[in-house]
Each structure stands twice: as C-alpha cells, then as structure tokens.
Design a protein around this ligand. Sequence first.
Ligand code: CUA
Length: 174
Amino acid sequence: MHIDPLEKKWLYITFGMVGLFLGAIFISALISGIHPPSNVETIDSARLHLSEEFAEDNLGVKIQSDGSIRVTMVAGRYGFFPRHITLPADTTITFRWASIDVLHGVHMPMTNMSTMVVPGYVAEVTTEFPKPGDYPMLCNEYCGTGHDFMWSKVTVVDKQTWERQHPSSKGDES
Ligand code: CUA
C-alpha cells in the first residue's frame, strides 16, 4: 500500500500528539495525584426534602468529631443553598451536593473546586482552602435562563478566627 510521504509525516505528528496528551494525563494522575472527583451514590432528586441529609433543616456546615468539616448543599435553579456559608482555612472539608432539578456544575475560581451535580446522584468533593477570603461558588453547566446568575458565596476565615467562633471545633464539646 502506498502512503504519500507528506501524509505519513502528518500521521506521525498526529500519533505523537496523542501520545503526548496521554502522557500528560498519566503523569498528572500518577505523579501529581490529579484525579477527577469520583463518587457514585444515587439519590432520588424529587424527594430530597424527605431525605435525612438533604432536608432543608440539615443543610449547611457541620463539624465532625475529628475536626474535619462536612458541608451539605442543594443545587437548584438558581443557586446553591444555603446561599452563604463560612468555612475555616487549612481544614479538610468534604462537600456534598444534590440537585433538585437539572444538571448543574460547581466551580470556585482560584481553588481546585470543580464538579458536576447530576440529578439523581450525590456529588462529593474533599478539599482544603489555603487562603482566607470571599469566594463565589458558580454554576458552570448551562441550566436555564438564570444560569448566569446562579452563584452563592463562600467565606473562608483563618483557622484561629474559626476556632474562636466555634470552640467545639477543637474536639472538646464542653
Ligand atoms: Cu445551575 Cu447553571
């Protein structure tokens, strides 16, 4: 079979590029530990208000017994609820979201936070915020006419301030 030399050259370049990109993915996954968030856990989006964890009264920031933090939020047109949460810097935080309607995405600029919130599934991300400040939590999946306005606010305070505000977060409940 005859292959034109020019075509051959482009074939090599194409395979080279594919190899390069695959290499970048493997290196970032194996050496830098960069993985997509993966959590397969299903939930009935139409009955969120009846579920224990995602009922309205149970949403928000909860301090776990080991000092880590769990945040439960609901994503819905158009916002992440609760609309404003405050968290400590330099602390392991596990976020859990469920959608009440359609596909949404969570993105927090200047952090490593980015995930999809698929109806019927619980999205979970564990992270830390090294820098105190105000961060917007934006929706990055088109979800309707109000998509551009779908955002909530996350305030990150330094750990000392947080411990002063939440004396129980150090582990003694008295
Ligand atoms: Cu929610 Cu876009």
